[in-house]
Design a protein around this ligand. Structure first.
Ligand code: PBG
Length: 327
């Protein structure tokens, strides 16, 4: 027999002992459900994201009804805009009668206690497929920020609770705060995509919205996947500019960044388990190579353990159901 004073296994000896010592857990209240909406009828499955679809406003309301019953209370909307409404200025982004404002108003009628989050960026509306305005092949910063302010005001006017700039332009958090406050929307929160990397894991999302860049890539605004210190620079700026919550994206491949951001701010931290992370798990599970329930919950738990308070995930409904009915 070994003479061991320390036997860590004693703290794992039964389910009750393990539960008593657990450091991290998941709850539906921490999850945000991303939904794709379109102006068409019914729902249109997204091939590279099995289980996700582009939803008409009616279908979205049905989906939210189910999600609400499952315990979810937060949604973030992404619109698929028809090609004919896209332009180089992205003006449809601030059309008060546009798809997103209409969807927000409906959600607020039927689910007043849902936290409604909106994406602030031009890519779904841009004929160039970029998050900002393009001039001579360049995504121009300051002019884009002005349009983003119009977009956020339009969303706030429709009833958005949280605006989430995913565009990665410089200075947009401060500009959005000023614009919102100037129009009296002091209660509208800003969830800043603080460390958003130029990631190949966004592929399925761009299929879903048909929003891939028409030329080049997003590396002049999204971050280099090799950079960690730069995330702290972005964090300091977003905090100074008035962000209410800061986000790291993608989540699973960037757990070190989540931990570092967590360690350097007292603000709530969010992480986005993006479309490619979802698609990988779905594909492996469809092949019978992984156990979906266990792998999904483990992937979300790991993101929480790294330091995320809130997780945006396409698995939100499945996870909420599994958490309500433990195996
Ligand atoms: C664009 C935006 C993207 C995502 C959220 N907002 C894609 C991109 O930056 O090209 C990706 C989300 C996902 O992959 O699930 N503003």
């Amino acid at each position: 027999m070994l003479h061991l004073r320390n036997r860590p296994r004693r703290n794992r000896k039964s389910a009750a002992v393990r539960a008593m010592h657990s450091e991290t857990w998941l709850d539906a209240r921490h999850l945000v459900l991303p939904l794709f909406i379109h102006a068409g009828h019914g729902s249109e499955p997204i091939q590279s994201m099995p289980g996700c679809a582009r939803l008409s406003i009616d279908a979205m309301l049905q989906e939210l009804g189910a999600a609400h019953k499952e315990g979810l209370r937060a949604v973030i909307l992404f619109p698929k805009i028809s090609e004919s409404l896209k332009s180089s200025s992205g003006a449809e982004a601030y059309n008060p009668a546009g798809l997103v404002p209409m969807a927000i108003r409906q959600i607020k009628v039927y689910f007043p206690d849902m936290v409604v989050m909106t994406d602030v960026a031009l890519d779904p509306y841009s004929s160039d497929g970029h998050d900002g305005i393009v001039r001579d092949g360049e995504v121009v910063n300051d002019e884009t920020v002005q349009v983003l302010c119009e977009q956020a005001l339009c969303q706030a006017e429709a009833g958005a609770d949280v605006v989430a700039p995913s565009d990665m332009m410089d200075g947009r958090v401060g500009a959005l705060r000023d614009a919102l406050d100037g129009a009296g929307y002091t209660n509208v929160s800003i969830l800043a995509y603080t460390a958003k990397y130029a990631s190949a894991f966004y592929g399925p999302f761009r299929d879903a919205l048909d929003s891939a860049p028409k030329f080049g890539d997003k590396k002049t605004y999204q971050m280099d996947p090799g950079n960690a210190r730069e995330a702290l620079r972005e964090l300091a700026l977003d905090v100074a500019e008035g962000a209410d919550m800061v986000m790291v994206k993608p989540a699973g491949p960037y757990l070190d960044i989540i931990a570092s951001v967590r360690a350097h701010t007292t603000l709530p931290v969010a992480a986005y388990q993006v479309s490619g992370e979802y698609a990988m798990i779905k594909a492996a599970c469809a092949n019978g190579w992984l156990d979906e329930r266990q792998v999904v919950l483990e992937s979300l738990l790991a993101i929480r353990r790294a330091g995320a308070d809130v997780i945006l995930t396409y698995f939100a409904r499945q996870a909420a159901r599994w958490l309500a009915a433990p195996a």
